[in-house]
Write a new protein. Structure first.
Length: 111
């Protein structure tokens, strides 16, 4: 699997509870989407239970790709998650057979 690039974006003011979002877009073929969704389901609760600052995790499915949107207390928490064993060893390893290209990884901050 190729290396993903991380992009950080700050959103404008207007939210009451600042939050950071980690968006990972996965290029997965239609026939592999159910298996990729299974990886999401398997690791959602461990993510919420064990990762510092984790607030939410959602699976977004479009015709062209699949996105996983993670909510965090801060951008530091979002970036730190990318180095955890849960992400690097468990999630990435489980998704690797289904990825057609390197994931697009972006971190956003609401203000």
């Amino acid at each position: 699997m190729a290396t993903a690039h991380v992009v950080a974006i700050t959103l404008g003011p207007g939210t009451r509870n600042p939050m950071a979002y980690l968006q990972i877009t996965l290029n997965v073929s239609a026939e592999d989407r159910a298996a990729a969704a299974g990886v999401y389901q398997r690791y959602k609760q461990p993510f919420l239970d064990t990762i510092a600052g984790a607030r939410s995790k959602e699976l977004l499915v479009r015709d062209e790709d699949v996105q996983v949107l993670h909510g965090f207390a801060s951008t530091a928490d979002a970036h730190a998650y990318l180095s955890t064993e849960l992400f690097t060893q468990d999630v990435v390893t489980a998704l690797r057979p289904y990825l057609k290209a390197a994931p697009d990884v972006r971190v956003y901050e609401s203000a």
